[in-house]
Design a protein around this ligand. Sequence first.
Ligand code: NDP
Length: 391
Amino acid sequence: MASGDDSKRRLTILGSTGSIGTSTLDVVERLGGRDRFEIAALTGNGNIPLLAEQARRIGAELAVTADEDRYGELKDALSGSGIEVAAGRSGLVEAAERDAGWVMAAIVGNAGLGPTLAAARRGADIALANKECLVSAGSLFIDAVAEGGGRLLPVDSEHNAIFQVLENDQRHAVERIVLTASGGPFRTKTLDEMRDVTADVARAHPNWSMGLKISIDSASMFNKALEMIEARHLFRLRPEQIEVIVHPQSVIHSMVGYTDGSVLAQLGCPDMRTAIGYALSYPKRCDLPVERLDFARLARLDFEAPDEVRFPAIKLARRAMEEGGVQGAVLNGAKETALDAFIKGRIGFLAMADIVEKVMDGLAGLPAATSMDDVFAADESARRAAAKMIR
Ligand code: NDP
């Protein structure tokens, strides 16, 4: 669809009703809202009232729910507004394919892969929050962005931090990157203490306010595991160049170490709007009313090595990177299945990593994906294998 006003930037937000999605809309509104931007499409899943309210407020052209059964509800909620409505996977792809120069990819999990790819292939700049795109599809996703001709703008706070301090003309001199991890709510807990925790306890992140699944992934450190694989593809690194350090204050968002011994870091208060704003205004910086760091009040920054016995996700990520093939997709598919079962109370917290490891053992040696069909097949096999262990 053609732009109504050429001076306005056209945006789409995939996953607008989630934690990243609502923060993105907040940033868009603070940076001028409807005066500066046109919203081509917004998408959500189950939260129809919020999706409809957002679409009316920002004047979106198209609103899409991923849930086909909720189409009528969304249609009713937007009646008389003139906003187009669609549903299901094809609706998500329709949203992604709408003409918009910048697309926020903030659908949670593997469900984000298809629509994000569709946006990448038509050449949109992709603000990437959905780490699963890179974990599962790796270089195929990078290639799709390159072929489309858009830019890949990392939004995950750690990768956004690295993106901010990585000197493009000095890439040859990058020795390592250091991803920081808060350690989550169980940083100091023993394995016995973690065994019987519920999803409600596991979701309580000490520093960041995030969606349910990523909060639990932070508690198990599977979030960091996904981020290691994400970083590998995003910054074209070898597995041994990726370090993880636990930093409970979440003030340093990640660092790049160079061959001369220098380490460059990006710091800030834990607020995703900084990373989102950077991705939206790149290569310029914008004004955002996020809390400023007060170093005197902060007083100290702590660091400790991650404990891979209590948090085996880290070593599983290393293994996935070293084995290559489709092990990223396998790790993620098995993890998403185990995470859903944990949220439903069907398995314990520690069982998640056990299941992922066994699925990786069972599917080891699959060749590297040459097409997205191979990625989806590996994901599906991993989900089936994990589901069998959960029965
Ligand atoms: P939320 O759970 O808060 O939001 C997820 C979004 O995806 C919602 O809009 C939700 O719709 C939608 N959604 C859920 N299921 C489906 C589906 N099957 N198909 C299509 N859409 C669906 O997640 P977050 O915002 O926390 O995270 C989004 C992504 O960003 C994740 O990949 C996460 O790892 C990543 N990320 C998040 C960070 C954070 O601070 N939250 C930080 C860095 C990365 P509805 O709510 O209407 O059901």
